[in-house]
Ligand binder design. Structure first.
Ligand SMILES: [Zn+2]
Length: 408
């Protein structure tokens, strides 16, 4: 597949436009839609969905009948080809499906590095239809230096690629597409070599996430927020009016954004632990297990755990760190000190106490160590076994055959 060797990210920004610039972009949008529709019409009639073929068929017509520049004309034809290919795919899946020619009506147009330039002062120049005139405008970005857009805008390793300009409810948005080659894995060992340092992560409720290096992300704020939103929602549900329904929807959107923000921070902290401790693998529990055994009341936490793991996978990838899944069975019942596993080991929700050796520890911390340990052991038992993987702990590492090794 094309572009498989790249990581892709989108930074959402808003261009700050004068009235005159808005008018030029309105015209460009209109020409863009016309161009896409011309190409769609030609492709539909001759049954052509390949980009370069459709380009040679439709280019002259698009240039003659619109005021788009050459690169924009090509991008519009490619857009039409992609839509036609999508229709063909649906037809292939279901021959009874009544397909029709793709029509372009939405206020969205594509830019690429040849039709758009990004400058260091957070301004952008955009090609417009007509005399080849470009407009230059500032981008509205969060004042906060930590706005997520900065990591792409300020880092030369991220290359500007296909982006979209759109108009929604009178507002303009620019979704800047960035890409960079997928990093070499941090894991410098060869495939089949199990010499890795593993960070174990436990997902829970008291602590939404706990690492084997003793980072605790409290779940208190999330639980509190969720209860609060729930309380307001159920009050509104009782009124049952249409406007109450709309308010519920808005609240849910706001809750999701709140939770996402918190989860982003937690995931960043987990990744920092992994990097600080030179881990190349993060082991987390396989969430399908939770889904099967948890009561409906835990739905919110399942959702939050799922989001957290998705974010972790997504962000770990760009650090060259692998996220691996292990079965969580008995990970809350096994004593990390002596290995004794029993349901009796867990006396209270928050505290683990081993009935065999008497060791006590925070229950989530025990879970995190056991999750990581399970991954380490799995490597040892596989056909490629070397047994040299190690679990990262706060003060050192532990290995199956060598035990605990304190950090320098
Ligand atoms: Zn024990």
């Amino acid at each position: 597949m094309a572009g498989e060797g790249y990581l892709r990210r989108t930074a959402i920004t808003r261009p700050i436009l004068s009235d005159e610039q808005q008018e030029m972009l309105e015209q460009t949008l209109s020409e863009w839609k016309t161009a896409c529709n011309i190409a769609s019409y030609i492709g539909w009639n001759v049954g052509e969905t390949r980009k370069t073929r459709l380009q040679s068929l439709a280019y002259d017509d698009v240039r003659d009948r619109t005021r788009l520049g050459s690169q924009h004309a090509i991008l519009a034809i490619h857009q039409a080809a992609a839509a036609l290919a999508g229709v063909e795919e649906i037809e292939g899946l279901d021959e009874d499906y009544d397909t029709s020619r793709p029509m372009f009506t939405s206020d969205t147009l594509t830019y690429d590095a040849r039709t758009m330039t990004l400058f260091d002062d957070d301004s952008v120049s955009l090609a417009t239809a007509g005399t080849g005139a470009r407009i230059r405008c500032d981008l509205a970005l969060p004042d906060d230096e930590t706005g997520y857009q900065r990591q792409y805008l300020d880092d030369e390793r991220w290359e500007l690629t296909e982006s979209t300009l759109s108009k929604r409810n009178g507002d303009w948005y620019l979704h800047l597409g960035f890409r960079k080659p997928k990093p070499e894995s941090r894991d410098e060992t060869k495939p089949g070599d199990e010499d890795r340092t593993v960070l174990g992560v436990d997902l829970g409720i008291v602590n939404i996430a706990t690492t084997s290096t003793a980072y605790f992300a409290s779940g208190r704020e999330l639980r509190h927020r969720h209860r609060e939103f729930d309380r307001i929602r159920s009050g509104l549900q009782r009124t049952g009016t249409r406007s109450a329904h709309q308010t519920i929807q808005r609240l849910s959107g706001r809750e999701h954004r709140c939770v996402r923000q918190t989860l982003h921070e937690i995931v960043n902290n987990i990744l920092r632990e992994a990097i600080d401790y030179d881990c190349t693998v993060i082991a987390v529990e396989n969430l399908t297990h939770i889904r099967e055994r948890a009561p409906p009341a835990k739905e919110f936490h399942q959702w939050a755990h799922r989001k957290l793991v998705d974010l972790l996978e997504y962000k770990a990838e760009s650090e060259g760190i692998q996220v691996a899944f292990v079965s969580p069975e008995y990970t809350s019942q096994r004593c990390p000190e002596c290995g004794h596993t029993s349901a009796e080991n867990r006396v209270r929700q928050a505290t683990f106490e081993c009935e065999n050796c008497g060791a006590t520890a925070n229950a989530d911390y025990v879970g995190a160590k056991n999750i990581g340990w399970r991954y380490v052991r799995r490597g040892q038992q596989s056909s490629r076994r070397t047994g040299d993987s190690r679990l990262a702990l706060k003060s050192g590492t532990v290995q199956p055959n060598r035990g605990f090794i304190p950090a320098d």
